[in-house]
Design a protein around this ligand. Structure first.
Ligand code: SAM
Length: 226
């Protein structure tokens, strides 16, 4: 009995390990966030293992029966729409429940957008904080940014194109002329790293409206260079 936590690519289908493919072929079932998204990847690699949905909306309902099946010696693999399960998705819930029942957990590492963004950002990589998606409420984001004024570590968070302009304005109002890095469409055809102050990035987005998936990073101590 084992639950494999298998990372999948974040855009480029070739970023998939031989080990990940082998494990996905041999397990009894695969748990995926969105089965339609995952089927594209699985059929590309001719993986025919049955796929079931494991999502934020059904995690509480299905977790106990999944853990029972694991205890009865089934082998399962948990994947996410993209990247590493547990990073901005419900994997933690199942992993914790499985550990409580002594199920063996086997992580199978691979891509994660935040780490890929960090190593390409040019910001210090020795110590960092990953904030995931920021709070929905502007007042809570502003409070968070103000609390980071003295933070020496690199800050990383996930953002969406429809909110990035608002967030850049808030960063400008709270932290001023810091250097921001936006890592966009990582591993994909339009991959790019945008670097500049919040104001510079806002004027860039005036001409090129924000699109695609993005990770935002900054380091307060790296004010004038990246
Ligand atoms: N599990 C994923 C991981 O390991 O990175 C994260 C999933 S989270 C639901 C989706 C967010 O991750 C996106 O909104 C974006 O902020 C970031 N992301 C995912 N793929 C990306 C990519 N190729 N380029 C930039 N950001 C990406």
């Amino acid at each position: 009995m084992a639950l494999y936590i298998v990372s999948t690519p974040i855009g480029n289908l070739e970023d998939f390990s031989f080990r990940a493919i082998e494990i996905l072929k041999k397990v009894n079932s695969i748990l995926a966030e969105d089965t339609r998204v995952s089927r594209k990847l699985l059929s590309h690699y001719e993986i025919e293992t049955p796929v079931f949905r494991y999502h934020d909306f059904n995690k509480e309902k299905v977790t106990p029966s999944l853990v029972c099946r694991l205890k009865e010696n089934e082998e399962m693999a948990l994947i996410t729409d993209a990247g590493t399960p547990g990073i901005a998705d419900p994997a933690f819930f199942l992993v914790r429940a499985a550990i409580r029942e002594n199920v063996k957990i086997v992580p199978v590492p691979g891509a994660s957008a935040f780490l890929c963004a960090l190593v390409g950002s040019g910001l210090p990589t020795d110590r960092f904080i990953f904030e995931n998606f920021l709070p929905h409420k502007s007042s809570r984001r502003i409070k968070l940014f103000l609390s980071l004024k003295e933070e020496p570590r690199t800050i990383i968070f996930y953002e969406t194109p429809h909110r990035i302009l608002k967030v850049l304005k808030e960063l400008n109002d709270t932290l001023g002329e810091i250097q921001i890095v936006i890592a966009r469409e990582l591993t994909k055809f339009y991959e790019e790293f945008l670097r500049g102050t919040p104001k510079e990035l806002l004027s860039h987005f005036d001409k090129h409206p924000p699109k695609g998936e993005m990770v935002v990073l900054f380091n307060i101590r790296n004010k004038y260079e990246t």
